[in-house]
Design a protein around this ligand. Structure first.
Ligand code: ADP
Length: 171
């Protein structure tokens, strides 16, 4: 499986599936979530609302993933996953690893060959960059799912540098 690092905007990626760092409400938020809904248009939120009214009445649990249309984005699907909020006192990296693993599993179910991930939990959810990057890279490498390309799309220089270090050290 090819792992690629790109510095840029995930909403502009031509991949089969784009992963959203959502919150459990699935009803939108800031950061990458806001950008995906803004650029992808209202069809994404419509499908999220339908999920909340049926299979996900209590919201999407942390570490799990669910797919919707990608609306007007160049991708075919948005895979929404909920990262854990960082805690210095509690080891939550298994939940963060689960976001990557469950998203890959769902992508394979959808027959996606290419997927783009943001740095889940590394924004508003406060995860230290180097640790978020290490968990992400290891989770993808240890997954039994193989797609043709996993692209990490990092919004800024420091996040991109942290992922580059993680690939060098753990790749
Ligand atoms: P979380 O709540 O999981 O921390 P955020 O959206 O706040 O999610 O941040 C996750 C990461 O996504 C951060 O590194 C942030 O800089 C980045 N990000 C924000 N907008 C975009 C975008 N359009 N494309 C890619 N990454 C983005």
């Amino acid at each position: 499986m090819q792992i690629r690092l790109v510095q840029g905007d995930i909403t502009e990626q031509h991949v089969d599936a784009v992963v959203n760092a959502a919150n459990s409400s699935l009803l939108g938020g800031g950061g990458v979530d806001g950008a995906i809904h803004r650029k992808g248009g209202p069809d994404i939120l419509r499908e999220c609302r339908a999920l909340r009214a049926s299979s996900l009445r209590d919201g999407l649990p942390t570490g799990q993933a669910v797919a919707t249309t990608a609306g007007r984005l160049p991708a075919s699907w948005v895979i929404h996953t909920v990262g854990p909020v960082y805690s210095a006192g509690e080891e939550r990296s298994p939940l963060l690893a689960s976001c990557y693993r469950e998203s890959l599993r769902l992508a394979a179910e959808l027959a996606a060959e290419t997927i783009a991930f943001p740095a889940v939990s590394a924004g508003a959810y406060g995860w230290p960059l180097s640790d978020a990057a290490r968990v992400a890279v290891q989770a993808v490498q240890e997954s039994s799912i193989t797609l043709s390309e996993v692209r990490f799309v990092l919004f800024d220089g420091p996040t991109h540098a942290a992922f580059a270090r993680a690939v060098t050290e753990h790749g």
